[in-house]
Design a protein around this ligand. Structure first.
Ligand code: FAD
Length: 437
C-alpha cells in the first residue's frame, strides 16, 4: 500500500482498539495490525476490566463480560495463616456495578476490535509489526511487517503494542524499562468439570455477581515484591500472581513454582481444589509509575496503553484496562485532528498528553508515585513481619482458655507493638501511608 490508510495501529489490545474506534468514528481510514490469530489471543491479564470509558464509546450490552465484581477481598498470607478484609457494598450489585467486570481477554478483545471494525477500521491479524518507517527528517511514516511486501506507509502510527514494546524501543521512541520497573506475571484459568456450582459455592456467589480476591505476603509470593489474585469468571477461575522481575532473577523460585505454592496455601487450596488448567500464560506488567512514562507523542507517532507504561499497580489497585482505553481514546482524537489539518508532527498531537494529564490516568499515577517506593522500603515489615504479627495477635485476642479476655487483649497488643515499634512506630506508619488510609 502507499498511504492507503490515514493511520496504522500496532496491536489490537484495549488501547489499540479504542484508538482505532475513535479514529474510524472520525472518518479516518485506519488499519489495525495484530500479531495474534485474533485480538486477545495473545493477551494476558488478571482480571477485572474497568469500563467507564468503554461504556462511553460502545454499548456493552452484548459484550462478553463474565461477572460483575460484587466483592473485593484483600488477604494477607503467612505460610499458614490468612488475615483478610472483604468489601461488598450493596451499590455494586446495581447496574453498572461500579464499572468492574471480570472478562477473558480472548473473548473481550475480539469483541472490542469488532466494534472498531464496525466503525470502519480494517483489522489484519497474524501479522507482526517489525519496525517503523521514517522519512529523511526522522518523522515516522509507516510500519514494516513480517509479511512479504509488508511495508505500509501512513501519516500516523499508533503504538499500542502492550508492555513488551519492542517496536517502540527499537525505534527509540522509548527506552527499555528498568528491571525494577517491570513485574513478571503468570496466570492460569481453571475449570471445574467434576464439581457443579463449585465457583458459586466456594465464593458465595449469586446471579451474575463475582469476586476479586487479592493476596499479599510470604504465603502469596514468598519473599518477592508483588501479590497474587483469584477472579471468578462465569464458570472458570482466573488464578495468578505477579512480582518484580528483580526478584524473579535473584531470590524467588520461578513464577510457575511460586504459583503452585500459592495454590497449595491452606486458605487458597479449598478455593481451587479440583481445578483443571485450561489456559496458562505469562506476561510482564510495566509498573514504573508516572516517572517511567515515556514521551507520548513523536513526529508521526503516538504511544498508548501499556506501551506507554500506563498501569496503576499499587497493591490496592491494579488498573491498566481503563488507562489503556482512556489513552487510546485521547490519542485517537488527537490523531484525527492532526490528520484532518495535515499536520502530524509531535506538536500537532499535543492535545493527547494534555488530555491525559488532566484525566484520572496521570492524576492516579502521580498520586501513587510514592506508594510503591514506600512499600518497597517497608517490604519485610508489610509483607512478612506484620502479617505474622497480625495473625498471632488475632489468635491471641480470640483465644479461649482460663485466662481473662483482657490478658489476651494485652498480649495481642504487645505482639503488634513489638513489631511496629509501639505507639510511636504505629503513628509513624499511619502517617507514612496516610494517603492510602
Ligand atoms: P495489551 O493488552 O498488551 O495489547 C497489546 C496488543 O498488541 C496485543 O494484542 C499484542 O498481541 C499486540 N502486539 C504486540 N506487539 C505487536 C506487534 N509487534 N505487531 C502486532 N501486534 C502486536 N488491568 C486491569 O485493569 N485489571 C486487572 O485485573 C489486571 N490484571 C492484570 C494481570 C496480569 C497478570 C497482567 C499481566 C496485567 C494485568 N492488568 C490488569 C493490566 C492490563 O492487562 C493492561 O494494562 C492492559 O491489557 C493494557 O492494554 P494494551 O492494549 O495497552 O496492551
Amino acid at each position: 500500500y502507499d498511504d492507503a490508510f490515514d493511520a496504522v495501529v500496532v496491536g489490537a489490545g484495549l488501547a489499540g482498539s479504542a484508538a482505532a474506534l475513535t479514529m474510524a468514528s472520525a472518518s479516518l481510514d485506519v488499519l489495525v495490525v495484530e500479531r495474534g490469530t485474533s485480538p486477545g489471543a495473545k493477551n494476558v491479564f488478571g482480571g477485572v476490566l474497568y469500563t467507564p470509558t468503554i461504556r462511553e464509546l460502545v454499548d456493552v450490552e452484548d459484550a462478553p463480560l463474565e461477572r460483575y465484581v460484587g466483592e473485593k477481598r484483600f488477604g494477607v498470607l503467612t505460610e499458614d495463616d490468612e488475615t483478610a478484609v472483604s468489601i461488598q457494598p450493596g451499590a455494586w450489585r446495581d447496574d453498572p456495578h461500579n464499572d468492574s467486570y471480570t472478562v477473558l481477554r480472548g473473548d473481550f478483545d475480539e469483541w472490542f476490535a469488532e466494534q472498531a471494525v464496525e466503525a470502519g477500521a480494517t483489522l489484519v491479524t497474524e501479522t507482526t509489526v517489525t519496525g517503523l518507517l521514517r522519512d529523511d527528517d526522522g518523522t515516522v511514516v509507516g510500519v514494516e511487517t513480517d509479511r512479504p511486501d509488508g511495508t505500509l506507509r501512513a501519516p500516523m502510527v499508533v503504538l499500542a503494542e502492550g508492555g513488551n514494546s519492542l517496536v517502540s524501543e527499537g525505534a527509540d521512541l522509548k527506552e527499555r524499562p528498568e528491571r525494577g520497573d517491570v513485574a513478571v506475571a503468570v496466570k492460569e484459568v481453571l475449570e471445574f468439570p467434576d464439581a457443579d456450582d463449585a465457583i458459586e459455592q466456594r465464593f458465595r456467589l449469586t446471579g451474575d455477581g463475582g469476586a476479586a480476591y487479592h493476596y499479599f505476603g510470604d504465603g502469596a509470593v514468598g519473599d518477592a515484591f508483588g501479590g497474587a489474585f483469584i477472579y471468578t469468571n462465569d464458570d472458570t477461575l482466573s488464578v495468578g500472581l505477579a512480582y518484580r522481575i528483580d526478584d524473579a532473577v535473584t531470590t524467588q523460585p520461578n513464577p510457575a513454582e511460586t504459583l503452585d505454592h500459592f495454590k497449595s496455601h491452606p486458605a487458597v487450596a479449598p478455593l481451587v481444589r479440583g481445578g483443571r488448567t485450561v489456559e496458562y500464560a505469562a506476561k510482564t506488567i510495566p509498573e514504573g509509575g508516572a516517572e517511567a512514562v515515556p514521551d507520548l507523542v513523536h513526529d508521526g507517532a503516538v504511544v498508548v496503553g501499556d506501551a506507554a507504561g500506563l498501569v496503576l499497580n499499587n497493591g490496592v489497585h491494579l488498573e491498566g484496562t481503563n488507562m489503556a482505553v482512556e489513552s487510546g481514546y485521547y490519542a485517537g482524537l488527537a490523531v484525527a485532528d492532526a490528520v484532518a489539518s495535515g499536520r502530524t508532527k509531535a506538536h500537532a498531537l499535543a492535545d493527547y498528553p494534555r488530555s491525559l494529564e488532566s484525566s484520572f490516568v496521570v492524576k492516579n499515577l502521580e498520586h501513587y508515585e510514592w506508594l510503591l517506593n514506600a512499600v518497597e522500603d517497608d517490604r519485610d515489615l508489610l509483607f512478612s513481619e506484620l502479617p505474622r504479627a497480625v495473625a498471632d495477635a488475632g489468635a491471641e485476642y480470640f483465644r479461649v482458655d482460663h485466662a481473662p479476655k483482657h490478658d489476651h487483649a494485652a498480649n495481642a497488643k504487645s505482639r503488634l507493638f513489638e513489631t511496629v515499634g509501639g505507639w510511636r512506630g504505629a503513628a509513624k506508619l499511619a502517617w507514612r501511608y496516610r494517603k492510602v488510609i
